[in-house]
Design a protein around this ligand. Sequence first.
Ligand code: F6R
Length: 241
Amino acid sequence: MKSNIIVCKNHQEASLRAAELTSDVIARTPHLTATFAAGNTPLDCYRELLRRQKEEGLLLDRARYIGLDEWVGLGPNDAGSCFAIMNPNYYLPADIPVENIYAFDGLTSNLDVEAARMQETLSRYPLDLAVLGIGVNGHVGFNEPGIPTTGDFSLVSLSESTQTVGRKYFAGNSTPTEGATITLQALKRAKTVVIIATGANKREAVSTILSGSDQLPAGAFLDHPGAIYVLDEDAAGQEKR
Ligand code: F6R
């Protein structure tokens, strides 16, 4: 197995390990620009970062955060939007000043102008750190398999799989069909990339990635010198120790 792949016993251990890697970067980078995935997987990692902030003085609030992705048609207060997940689980409890959070507004009346604003933000503040999850179909952010993106920030048509899996966030309401995302091209320029995948439902995507295939967007970091995949045994398909 490649050296930039860590397999932990379970989700909790993987979350702690990811938080350790992330907090090392946060602690040593004064003017950090980061992007953090929403979704369920990294929430325990964020909880550990918040604990380190409270108990160990980790300086989460001096960094700048650029939203990784958003569902088109959903705003910051809409349940299930990426911002609505990040805000109560990280930005608010970490006391991140609003002027240090740059997020795509899925309710914008002009998608192209809003995407251009995000593109400009990424040019002004290149990413130092990305904390990513992996979709069941192998996406990262909303970089979907086989769906091209352009530039550093792109609008995308969401795959059937993402729309189906996305229903878990929307409590019965219809799932958007379009998304907006930081592209692989921009994510690959981040100095450190921590990719977390836990649970048996990620096993198929992880197995394709570990086979070295470049078919899946989440495999794009295998040769990145600053990328680390943090898996649990269920996602890695390993027998329990
Ligand atoms: C969300 C995001 C997505 C998720 C992925 C996994 O901001 O970037 O790529 O990381 O869909 O979602 P969970 O963690 O809910 O399984």
